[in-house]
Design a protein around this ligand. Structure first.
Ligand code: DX5
Ligand code: ZN
Length: 219
């Protein structure tokens, strides 16, 4: 079952309430909420207050992508908002196993994000403890970038590990995901599609429901 996770960072920042209504009508499965610290990634995006407000404003489950150094500073706060999935970067922590246990203990589904140059084998000793892996198909920080084809091989490697150790693992792809890039991502094992500027968020008059259908039809 393919899930669409709408990257709300790509929405109209002056109309987030309206964007959430449109995404509800479009039946997206998840809200992908990009939090960026301006240091681990070169952009600053979407802080705690906005996460709290948005979480109160919709029933769509949240897939938080925390692109920040020392992410453990925020786990309790984010869990307190009722966030369903919290994904941290393997490259941003010294003790990935401890961080994953902490996120799980707070009742959230723990996820690991892998940057384009990071090998899938970092998952080897924690793949059974996580609910989601996000394979970055662009360098994290900005929307509107080009898909990195080398990541298709990594998706396949993650899928092989999931088949052996974690059959229910959500395998998400994040960055320039659209009707052209979706077929190969899904064929290699992706089952969560992060929808940004190249798929759903095409402006105030875009038909989100239709665009989500196109994504799901292109698998
Ligand atoms: C980039 C973010 C992505 C991005 C997706 O760092 O993680 O979620 O917003 O946007 P597109 O689909 O335009 O690449
Ligand atoms: Zn993201």
């Amino acid at each position: 079952m393919i899930k669409v996770s709408a990257s709300i960072m790509c929405g109209n920042s002056m109309k987030y309430g309206e964007e959430l209504r449109r995404l509800e009508e479009a039946n997206v499965d998840l809200i992908h909420f990009d939090m960026m610290d301006g240091s681990f990634v070169p952009n600053i995006a979407m802080g705690l207050y906005l996460l709290e407000a948005m979480k109160k404003n919709t029933n769509i489950p949240f897939d938080v992508h925390l692109a920040a150094w020392e992410p453990s500073r925020y786990y309790e706060e984010i869990a307190g908002y009722g966030v369903e999935y919290l994904s941290i970067h393997a490259e941003a922590v010294k003790h990935l196993h401890r961080d994953i246990q902490k996120i799980n203990s707070l009742g959230m589904g723990a996820g690991v994000v892998l940057n384009p140059a990071t090998n899938a084998n970092v998952l080897e000793y924690i793949i059974e403890d996580i609910k989601m892996v996000t394979v970055m198909t662009v360098d994290p920080g900005f929307a509107g970038q080009k898909f990195i084809p080398s990541q298709l091989k990594k998706i396949q490697e993650v899928k092989k590990m999931a088949e052996k150790y974690n059959k229910d693992l959500l395998i998400s792809v994040d960055g320039n995901i659209n009707a052209n890039t979706i077929p190969n991502c899904v064929a290699n094992g992706a089952n969560v599609l992060v929808a940004g500027t190249s798929s759903i968020f095409k402006g105030d008059d875009a038909d989100y429901k239709k665009l989500v259908e196109i994504m799901k039809e292109s698998v």
